[in-house]
Design a protein around this ligand. Structure first.
Ligand code: BGN
Length: 393
């Protein structure tokens, strides 16, 4: 081989080696940078188009994913909402809610942001949107210990049935309103199951038991209205969860947070074979923001005895161009405690039919009651009330 050709070959071999080194160096650099970028993007801003989801996907998408992610105080009317979230938590959580896709969420990471409180460690950070200690499906316990033992066991619950997260600032102040009469065993069971779940959900909450005095016909709706009014005397709650005493949540991903749109929460109940009986059902457990409830004038006061008051609320919601939202049925699951059937209100069909005419005058605006007694044991705030039937106009 001529010398010149050998030299050229030697040069080319070195050139290839040099090129290989450059490529390897670039790969290494990219690898190192990706670590840095990953860490920077843990706190990111997401934009979620809530209008699209609320108006469209709640109804047509069985997974109802978006509501899972909403966290900051509710805005009405719903619009594009900026939320901070934790990328590392969000991704598995999204995957978790069945087949919901990124497209459903319509979430775009728009910018990495630095933590808002890095300069002042004394102010705790906002709690993450998705509470980190959730366990998912729960084993419901239908045999609670006796009261004293239960009070001791439920550490983290404060007098009056209040709870809040200890290491972060909660995003929601939630009043849980439970209309009540004659079901002490159900109440014990509910409290035993509910408190630990709510504490894990990192909301700030207070449980109100609103008991109807006497033996007259039960008025669930009016008790809810009383709960709303009385709770607001304690604190400016962001929202209200109206909760039947006989329903036990089966999954702690069913977040008791404030809804963008009124949220029906007891989607799948064992008694109904875990199927929603009808689309407009709003009974059992439901959540509304303070403003939404005020806007619809609360519940009607004229439903005495079982049935119809929740359907009337569904009509009120629609009449204000709001709509019922729901979590996915595999999460919004409940077990119902057994009891004998209450006496149904034979007039409920008729009252429901004429409800629309009364929306502005029947509800919070004409609510009359007497607060007979109020107590704050450890696990709940108890209100005993005498309801005054509204005068027919
Ligand atoms: C419905 C009741 C609701 C109740 C659900 C579930 C009525 C009104 C009839 C026009 N509605 O039938 O109040 O929450 O069943 O039990 O009875």
């Amino acid at each position: 081989m001529p010398v010149a050709a050998a030299v050229a070959l030697w040069h080319r071999a070195h050139l290839y080696k040099a090129l290989a080194c450059v490529v390897l160096a670039l790969i290494a650099l990219q690898y190192l940078l990706s670590g840095v970028l990953d860490r920077r993007s843990i706190e990111t801003i997401f934009t979620i188009n809530t209008t699209r989801y609320a108006d469209h996907a709640y109804r047509s998408h069985p997974h109802g994913l978006i509501i899972y992610g909403l966290g900051v105080s509710p805005t009405y009317p719903p619009s594009t909402l900026n939320i901070t979230s934790t990328a590392q938590l969000t991704v598995p959580a999204l995957r978790d809610i069945n087949n919901a896709t990124k497209q459903d969420v319509n979430a775009t990471r728009i910018a990495p942001v630095s933590s808002p409180n890095t300069t002042d460690p004394s102010i705790p950070q906002l709690c993450p949107l998705i509470p980190p200690n959730l366990v998912g499906p729960l084993t419901v316990n239908k045999n609670p210990p006796e009261v004293l033992k239960m009070e001791k066991e439920l550490t983290g619950v404060e007098t009056g049935g209040r709870g809040w997260p200890s290491h972060c600032t909660p995003r929601h102040r939630v009043a849980i309103i439970i209309p009540f009469r004659d079901r002490p065993q159900h109440l014990q069971t509910l409290l035993y199951n509910l408190h630990p779940m709510l504490l894990r959900q990192q909301i700030s909450y207070q449980i109100f038991i609103v008991e109807q005095e006497g033996t007259g016909l039960f008025n669930r709706a009016m008790l809810m209205n009383v709960g709303y009014v009385e709770a607001l005397k304690e604190q400016k709650f962001d929202c209200f969860i109206f909760h039947d005493v006989d329903l036990l949540p089966e999954d702690d991903r069913n977040l008791y947070t404030c809804p963008e749109q009124p949220r029906h929460m007891s989607v799948a109940i064992d008694k109904f074979k875990y199927r929603l009986p009808y689309t407009d059902l709003f009974g059992g457990v439901s959540a509304m923001s303070r403003e939404q409830f005020r806007l619809v004038n609360g519940f009607s006061n004229v439903f005495w005895g079982w049935g119809g008051e929740d359907d009337d609320m569904a009509n009120r919601i629609k009449s204000q161009n709001l709509h019922i939202s729901r979590y996915p049925a595999n999460i919004a699951r409940y077990k119902m405690l057994l009891h004998k059937r209450e006496k149904a209100n034979p007039r409920r069909y008729e009252v429901l039919k004429t409800g629309k005419n009364r929306f502005p005058t029947d509800g919070l605006t004409d609510l009359k009651y007497q607060l007979i007694e109020k107590k704050k044991p450890k696990l709940y705030t108890w209100l005993l009330v005498r309801l005054t039937p509204p005068q027919p106009s």
